[in-house]
Design a protein. Sequence first.
Length: 106
Amino acid sequence: MKSTALSAKNIIIFGVVVVLAIFVYFYFYGGSSSSSGSLLQGQPASAGEVGSSELTLLNQVESLSIDASILNDPVYKSLQDYSVAIPSQNVGRANPFSPFQGSPIH
């Protein structure tokens, strides 16, 4: 009688291990429809594609023009600077972890 109970217990454990192994397999390898195991999507850009996009961006920046006439505008010249000078302050102690003078050392 004990051998049948032990045999049934072994069958249940084996079945659980198989189901768990199948679950782990489908969790890591199944479910994604990508043919390659890569995390990257799409094809990597070739050096020519990257260079052409940088060249396009450079051409856009070079085509910008700045209108300097705004600096001669009377409204711009009437602006006033209201900034406040920040006085220099003491930085602090040379060693911030040293005990204060007059305090008991623990």
